[in-house]
Design a protein around this ligand. Structure first.
Ligand code: HEM
Length: 369
């Protein structure tokens, strides 16, 4: 663990500014190369960009991230048109390993590189140049700063007794940082057609093999809503497939988030602690612990927001992976639309567990959120 905080806003701005491979023009030309499926041009671009290890040794951490971003754009572009990219430029392998090591990330670009660490405006790296791709990039860019806050708040929640008065406030604060996920998916539904995603963009997020290791592409499935789940309910109310998806996704996240995943695995979830605090005598529990009812209500509000996101997300995912439209049976994260449905059902089941239990439960349930 190198203790690098790659997610803070100052560092993010510095990374966006960087062009260590002098690749601004090449990255802009990618759109054209991709339009023409010009594999020779893409291969030449990649070979022209790969730095020497000596050059990498002189890079700052920010430059390492930016170099990975730009190499990743070309690697994903080549794969989209068929060939595994690494054998076309084997000299990239030690560089990917070194950039991964220096940044404490996987030896490939991730969704962070493709969105948050990607410059905006004229220098924006895009596979297609289509405005719909820009909307998808923005949809992720707009949620990351909030998820960063949300995950730290989830950390505080994990350490807070459910009956403590501050529990409900912390949960509401967390909910405020999950709400942008709903705005994000609404923006995508309004501006990105399932056809564009299925037929044009999805192929750029294919996995590639680096030194025998299969690495997933930089898609939104790496957005760690699932890590909030892990703290709130999924550490002990999940299903085997969702846990496997989580385990496969965690390596692509930031070092701090991988640490949080370790902290939240194998420990009772927040929802489990709430249920235990209510015990067999809900009314008595609420009398003894006045903080309990507000905590349950706040958790219900949080899970309702997560469910709204998941419901709308499932809607667009179903359309994009409809058998008549899709080119791939599963998402670039390796998961099916059926898993998305399962995750939604699991979230709903956990939300049920947070329903007020005391004598005035019915009245509370009728209250507007
Ligand atoms: C055209 C738009 C989209 C489609 C077709 C789509 C499709 C999918 C699919 C099929 C999965 C399953 C995992 C996998 O990829 O293998 C997935 C997972 C996921 N996607 Fe999307 N997605 C879209 C947009 C977004 C956006 C805009 C966000 C958030 C900003 C997002 C966040 C997630 C998350 C967090 C997961 C993990 C599962 C979960 O937590 O519910 N997706 N998506």
């Amino acid at each position: 663990m190198l203790g690098i905080d790659l997610g803070n806003s100052i560092r993010t701005a510095a990374i966006r500014d960087q062009d260590p491979l002098a690749a601004d023009t090449t990255c802009f030309n990618l759109r054209q190369y991709n339009e023409h499926a010009d594999i020779p041009a893409l291969t030449a671009a990649l070979r022209g960009m790969v730095p020497t290890l000596d050059a990498v040794a002189g890079y700052s951490v920010e430059a390492c991230v930016a170099a990975m971003r730009d190499l990743g754009m070309v690697l994903g572009s080549i794969k989209r048109h068929g060939p595994e990219p690494v054998p076309l430029a084997p000299e990239v392998v030690p560089v990917l390993h070194e950039l991964g090591r220096r940044t404490d990330m996987v030896p490939r670009d991730t969704v962070h590189h493709y969105t948050t660490w990607n410059p905006v405006g004229g220098r924006q790296r895009m596979y297609t140049g289509d405005i719909q791709e820009a909307y998808l990039q923005e949809s992720v860019r707009m949620v990351f700063p909030h998820l960063r806050e949300a995950l730290e708040l989830a950390g505080l929640l994990s350490d807070t007794d459910v009956a403590e008065p501050k529990f409900a406030d912390l949960t509401d604060e967390l909910t405020g940082h999950v709400e942008p996920m709903v705005a994000s998916i609404d923006m995508v539904v309004a501006n990105v057609s399932p056809e564009f995603f299925a037929r044009d963009l999805r192929s750029y997020f294919e996995e590639i093999t680096v030194d025998g290791r299969v690495l997933l592409g930089p898609a939104a499935a790496q957005v760690p809503l699932w890590l909030i789940d892990q703290a709130v309910w999924a550490s002990d109310h999940s299903g085997p497939e969702y846990q496997e998806f989580l385990r496969d996704s965690v390596p692509y996240s930031l070092p701090r988030w991988r640490e949080l995943y370790d902290c939240w695995t194998g420990v009772p979830s927040v929802v489990t602690r709430l249920v235990a605090a209510y015990g067999d005598d809900p009314d008595g529990a609420e009398r003894r612990m006045p903080g309990l009812r507000p905590a349950a209500e706040a958790l219900a509000r949080l899970l309702r927001v997560v469910l709204v996101f998941r419901g709308r997300h499932l809607g667009i995912a179903r359309k994009a992976y409809d058998a008549d439209l899709r080119l791939y049976p599963v998402g670039s994260g390796g998961a099916s639309v059926d898993l998305l449905r399962q995750i939604t059902d699991l979230t709903r089941a956990s939300a049920q567990l947070t329903r007020p239990r005391g004598g005035s439960a019915e009245r509370a349930e009728r209250r507007p959120a």
